[in-house]
Design a protein around this ligand. Structure first.
Ligand SMILES: Nc1ncnc2c1ncn2[C@@H]1O[C@H](COP(=O)(O)OP(=O)(O)OP(=O)(O)O)[C@@H](O)[C@H]1O
Ligand SMILES: [Mg+2]
Length: 488
């Protein structure tokens, strides 16, 4: 890609970018949220047209006007945001746009299902091809996307944050697949905020900043510190900020909560000013449990007590009334109003906080609140009025976090809060979590990143197959101790 420039209203997303990728290599692109990584890959895939610059494949200039053109040229992209239609089955989504037919034009359902099954088997995935996409988890959606891209047999495969909702086991499996693809002579362009992954698999690393590629070097000649420094232009805190507060009285008590087969007999206590971690593998039931507490799914058994008083939480509105908020893991489906502005997304869960005289919304308060978080979380946007859908993946996540930081709920469930967030901004989020805790708020933290869970939690509860398997105190928390309980 030579001299690629791409502008959006108020944003120069790519500024004269040149990227050279060698055949048969794994080439990583790293950079802060909003650096332009996804945009560059969308230009390569024909989703966007660059204003200037050219693309050459094997030395030959090509014009990539749409995704089909890219596919015909042997390029396939795993999007950062899953792009599946929830109302259709896994198989239907898999074959979207190129449905297989039998002779006479009859759709070959069985053939398609078998084909999907075959790819899944190869990858070790156990997802049922007949399931509706709305019924599978964020991680499973990501797996379907990965399988779909690989099955197209492309020569160049772009993976934009493929592991953001996978746990370490599944990530390892994906990395093995990537290595295998490389031995088959395929070229992989790999984008991730997880620098360990980057160093584990890449041959080359390109660092992108503010719409420019500022350096490309063999991975063996770079260190993590160097990459971070190039990404953000300064050194960053990679430790966890210390918290000087101690948890107080019990605020939330959950007694033997079940949700059909997904969650069984889970009990816990959450204290005022506490961060309680929930650990487990994908499918352990952590999100399902959180949804039940938040009223997003039906509790089939159990009791929830807040300040010692039993409460009925039939829906999410009742949860908010009971002062429980939830930052969901799936930002596109449940976290953001994509067509609304950043500002409105941030203030939506605390309209009281922006009202004057009780009920008139005050646009100054609204703007001030939005600006505060845009500044603190370094949300990259030309204005508070930008539509959420136009933000980069990581910046969308920051808006969801801002929304819940601004809400005045006492109990906040955070499901994978730093998913897709760059290394520089993670620390800011941890500091904001500590700020909430200092204000006496309580947090249930679900994270697949063990260092984060250990670094931020006062206590951790481990789940496995919908049940709780044990609890570890701050002193007992080690990755090994957590994993031992998570797998058995
Ligand atoms: N369709 C769009 N309309 C307006 N602005 C856009 C659009 N797509 C991207 N941008 C802007 O272009 C810039 C680069 O975004 P891009 O998604 O490429 O970042 P990224 O490096 O992939 O970040 P992340 O790590 O958060 O995914 C951002 O400032 C983003 O807000
Ligand atoms: Mg991106």
């Amino acid at each position: 890609m030579l001299g690629i420039t791409k502008e959006f209203p108020g944003v120069k997303a790519l500024n004269n970018v040149t990227l050279r990728v060698k055949k048969g290599t794994i080439h990583a692109i790293v950079g802060e949220n909003g650096a332009g990584k996804s945009t560059l890959m969308k230009v390569l895939n024909g989703v966007y047209q660059a204003e200037s610059g050219e693309i050459l494949i094997a030395g030959k200039k090509v014009s990539i006007t749409d995704i089909n053109k890219a596919q015909n040229l042997g390029i396939s992209l795993i999007f950062q945001e899953t792009n599946m239609i929830p109302q259709l089955s896994v198989t239907e989504n898999f074959f979207l746009g190129h449905v297989k037919c039998k002779k006479g034009g009859v759709v070959d359902w069985q053939g398609m299902q078998e084909a999907v099954k075959k790819v899944f088997d190869e990858l070790g995935y156990t997802i049922n091809p007949r399931c509706l996409v709305s019924e599978i988890s964020a991680a499973e959606k990501q797996m379907v996307e990965i399988a779909r891209a690989i099955s197209k047999n492309a020569d160049i495969i772009v993976m934009d944050e493929p592991t953001s909702s996978l746990t370490s086991d599944e990530t390892e499996r994906l990395l093995d697949i990537v290595r295998k693809l490389k031995t088959q002579g395929k070229t992989i362009i790999y984008i991730s905020h997880k620098l360990e992954e980057i160093f584990a698999i890449s041959d080359m690393i390109s660092v992108q900043r503010d719409g420019e590629i500022i350096d490309t070097k063999p991975a063996s000649e770079m260190t993590t510190e160097e990459v971070i420094e190039k990404m953000v232009g300064r050194s960053v805190q990679t430790e966890y900020p210390v918290r000087n507060t101690t948890p107080g009285e019990v605020i939330l008590k959950v007694e033997s909560v079940s949700r059909k087969k997904l969650v069984q007999d889970v009990s816990l206590e959450l204290h005022k000013g506490e961060v309680l971690g929930l650990a487990g593998l994908v499918g352990a039931g952590r999100t399902e449990f959180a949804e039940t507490i938040f009223g997003a799914a039906k509790m089939t058994e159990g009791t929830i007590l807040i300040h010692g008083k039993a409460v009925k939480i039939r829906n999410t509105k009742a949860a908010t009334r009971a002062s429980i908020g939830m930052l969901t893991e799936d930002r596109k489906e449940t976290g953001l109003a994509l067509k609304a502005s950043i500002k409105h997304n941030i203030v939506i869960s605390n309209l009281k906080g922006i009202c004057s005289a009780g009920f008139w919304t005050n646009s100054k308060k609204e703007n001030d609140a939005a600006k505060k978080y845009i500044g603190q979380l370094k949300i990259q946007t030309p204005s508070v009025n930008q539509t959420a859908v136009n933000l980069s993946g990581g910046n969308q996540q920051k808006v969801i976090i801002a929304k819940w930081l601004f809400s005045d709920v006492d109990i906040l469930i955070m499901d994978e809060p730093t998913r897709g967030i760059d290394v520089g901004a993670k620390y800011e989020i941890y500091c904001l979590i500590n700020e909430l805790v200092a204000q006496g708020k309580s947090i249930i933290l679900i994270s697949s990143e063990l260092p984060e869970l250990i670094g931020m939690s006062d206590r951790v509860i481990i789940m496995h197959e919908g049940r709780q398997k044990g609890e570890l105190s701050k002193a007992e928390m080690t990755p090994e101790a957590i994993m031992r309980l998570a797998v058995s």
